[in-house]
Design a protein around this ligand. Structure first.
Ligand code: HEM
Length: 140
């Protein structure tokens, strides 16, 4: 079943549905930024963000809602995300990518995402995180 996730026109469940809808996406993002804000392993990427994470939380929530197959909240509000271009001002290498993924995997685990969904969604997000890389190797 999971190999059909995200297939256009498919009647199979989307990640949005597998996670449990809008409230779970919100919970995931809240947990993700709570971890980034407090775990020393994510200090490098935390320092790139504004002191106040309210806007980052809201934008990632809106983006991931649409990206996982739910309502396109981010696009309706802000238009095309141009995600890679928006990340160009930040130095993102393997270390930053891995810190981002560390927060996301921990967040999925903490909110009780089932193992097979965690693996599939983790792999898909790793692809996006790796695409954000604008430095070869370790970054700075
Ligand atoms: C690979 C490591 C990544 C790093 C270091 C990183 C870092 C950042 C930073 C510093 C911001 C600006 C936040 C602020 O204004 O305080 C941002 C914005 C954002 N990031 Fe990332 N990010 C990463 C990966 C990702 C991934 C994988 C996604 C999506 C799956 C994502 C989605 C977003 C979104 C939607 C925004 C808001 C864009 C806007 O301004 O409209 N990021 N990111």
């Amino acid at each position: 079943m999971l190999d059909k996730v995200g297939e256009p026109g498919s009647s199979k469940a989307t990640f949005y549905e597998l996670l449990g809808g809008v409230e779970k996406v919100r919970e995931l993002v809240e947990r993700f930024y709570d971890i980034m804000d407090t775990d020393p392993k994510a200090a490098g990427i935390r320092a790139m963000h504004a002191q106040d994470l309210t806007e980052a939380r809201e934008k990632l929530f809106m983006f991931l809602t649409g990206w996982t197959g739910g309502p396109q909240l981010y696009i309706e509000r802000y238009g095309h995300p141009f995600l890679r271009a928006r990340h160009l001002p930040f130095t993102i290498g393997e270390s930053e990518r891995d810190q981002w993924m560390y927060c996301m995997i921990r967040a999925m685990h903490d909110i009780g995402v089932e193992e097979p969904v965690m693996v599939q969604l983790g792999n898909a997000l790793w692809g996006v995180a790796d695409f954000m890389r604008n430095q070869a190797g370790e970054g700075k």
